[in-house]
Write a protein that binds this ligand. Structure first.
Ligand SMILES: Nc1ncnc2c1ncn2[C@@H]1O[C@H](COP(=O)(O)OP(=O)(O)OP(=O)(O)O)[C@@H](O)[C@H]1O
Length: 267
């Protein structure tokens, strides 16, 4: 079992980085998030776990402010989600890497760095930030390789490096380890914990791989547009009498199914 220390003391007053109350999202004809209440604490790694289609990406899009038809209250770093001042404070990596195939790794990062921090006076700082981001994601040996010639996992790491450029306070990462080999997955999880512990970043990371849950400080377990649990891995295992988070998740799913059956039969 891994035990991670959470980040350094934060200047905040205990207000969570993200606070959702009655968060509801409608996509097309369907309500895909059903009146969710949850928080994401500062300076920690929070995992958003659940099966494919349960609403993880939709929830993340709501947090970063790119999702339409969101109702309820959703506060992010002290502002309503989508507030313009949040743009430079949040790093968001989608499931599809957003990189230019005809540019090298460094050129991709130089391009995004110039948008974030423009002007000739910032050139040295940009260079430093780009080099740091490339090192963070372990792509120093591929700096001059065209993104189009990288593997899927390497391209996702370029996307992650772009998100790290502005040293964001909140990183929202949608399945960042999908398709990566075990060594890279381990290294990336170490990076996530370093970002939380040493830079005080808050990370919200989705995954449908339950063993990744064990690597998080806190977990939001989702199923069918609902939050089944918002707790630490230890508390979840203890509460459900399970040895693994996967066992705890299955226990909670069974309990939720049984509760909805009881509700239906008593109607
Ligand atoms: N444009 C749309 N219209 C209607 N329903 C949609 C639309 N887009 C997504 N959905 C539905 O919303 C639900 C949540 O989708 P979402 O992409 O958030 O799930 P997810 O948990 O991130 O899945 P995955 O792990 O496969 O990426 C899914 O059941 C999906 O079918």
């Amino acid at each position: 079992m891994m035990n991670y220390r959470s980040g350094p003391p934060r200047p905040d007053d205990g207000t969570p980085a993200v606070r959702a109350r009655d968060l509801t999202v409608v996509r097309g004809p369907r309500t895909v998030l059903h009146s969710l209440d949850f928080t994401v604490p500062h300076g920690q790694v929070t995992g958003l776990l659940g099966p494919s289609g349960c609403g993880k990406s939709t929830l993340m899009r709501a947090v970063v402010g790119t999702q339409a038809k969101v109702t309820g209250t959703l506060d992010v770093l002290g502002h309503p989600a989508g507030h313009p001042t949040l743009r430079t404070r949040i790093g968001y990596v989608t499931q599809d890497p957003s990189v230019y195939d005809d540019l090298t790794v460094r050129q991709n990062l130089d391009y995004f760095a110039a948008i974030l921090d423009p002007g000739r006076a910032a050139a040295a700082r940009r260079h430093e930030n780009v080099t740091r981001a490339i090192t963070d994601v372990d792509l120093t040996t591929h700096t001059d390789v065209l993104a189009g010639n990288l593997s899927g996992g390497q391209r996702s790491r370029v996307s992650l490096a772009v998100a790290l450029l502005g040293t964001p306070e909140l990183l929202v990462l949608d399945e960042p380890t999908v398709g990566l080999d075990p060594v890279l997955r381990r290294d990336l999880w170490q990076l996530f914990h370093t970002l939380a512990a040493e830079r005080g970043a808050t990370l919200l990371i989705s995954s449908h791989v339950m063993d990744e849950a064990e690597r998080c400080h806190r977990l939001l377990l989702m199923r069918a547009g609902e939050i089944l649990a918002d707790d630490t891995p230890d508390a979840l295992r203890t509460r459900t009498g399970s040895e693994t988070v996967e066992g705890a998740f299955l226990h909670l799913v069974d309990a939720a199914v049984a509760a909805s059956r009881t509700k239906e039969t008593s109607r």
